[in-house]
Design a protein around this ligand. Sequence first.
Ligand code: FES
Ligand SMILES: [Fe+2]
Length: 387
Amino acid sequence: MKHSTQVELIKRVFALFEAKSTSMGEKIYRNPVSDYTCADQLQLEQQHFFRDYPLVMCLSSQIANPGDYVTDELSGVPVLVTRNSEGQVQAFLNVCRHRGAAVASGCGQGKKLFVCPYHAWTYDLDGRLRSRGPADAFPEIDADNASLVALPVAEKHGIVWVKVTPGGEIDTNDLFQGLGSEIASYKLDTMHHYQTSKLNKKMNWKLVIDTFLETWHIGTLHRQTVAPIFQPNINVFDAFGRNGRFILPRRSILELKDKPEEEWDLLTHSAIIYLLFPNTLIVWQGDHIETWRSFPNGASTNECIAEAGFYTPEPVTSDKAKNHWDKNMALLMATVEDEDFPVCLDIQRGFEANAQSYITFGRNEPGLTHYHHNMRSALGLKEAPAI
Ligand code: FES
Ligand SMILES: [Fe+2]
């Protein structure tokens, strides 16, 4: 992040601190409970976001070298992403052209060929069929027409995006919505993948994102975990098109008041959450990066899969470093799994109890308003009538 932007944001934090306030939206926003319970809406979301939209698949560093690959089926569509011998990222449906088995599983490095586990049809990193058993078994089918089905893929500023429906291209100018140069400054492609955890939860997929889009609850829900680290009740939110950015100042940020502006450093004194619409968060945590992706689990409005990725600035090679990052990961998971998600599960049950038709986002929750307003508008859904 440019130093001038850091100074501007720190000034805003100080002004909010003086005013005992936080970023405020123009007005409250009523979000229909059906947003989290309506099967028809979920069907729209599945089609519009999880089939037709470019989705963040991983950070570039997870497939840093030729021959590295990841597989993914959180969207419901089996995907294989590779880095080919020229260093370009490629994406395919992870579906064998013989009889449909998945040709790769998990993730790995140094691959040249993917051998289907069923009858050993073999594909290269560019998805081309390289061998397929007895020469006279498939005389009518040209090997060139039996490549893995390619998917639109893009790699920019250290992030890999895939559209899981074949056809068309991804417009890389549209992905960041004005956040591109800022996200580029984190050099995500130089980070090292440490761990990924997947959680199945009985709640709507958007609740995973919602829980990161306001920090008001830190002082209450997280008072035993991260509240001692962060300034309670202050967050600085800015919308960037359909994306967004939150600054969560650490308590230590006040130390900067006594220092000259040239020494101000927002990045060590805050956590920064980037919302990449519709289902991804990239979180700068002062010295490492966390990512969150959330997906509906099939056709259930109240089941989701949340994936947390953890990336470190250096490769973790010593026991000391492993201990350090394990503690960080444990704090993250304790905060989210033991504190945020249990409340989200209650909320989902509350939605299904039909207590109310709408929930309300306060003026001090502008990130939630921004997210759900964009969500409804992208899906062509009406907004709630104003009070
Ligand atoms: S399904 Fe892949 S080789 Fe038969
Ligand atoms: Fe939280």
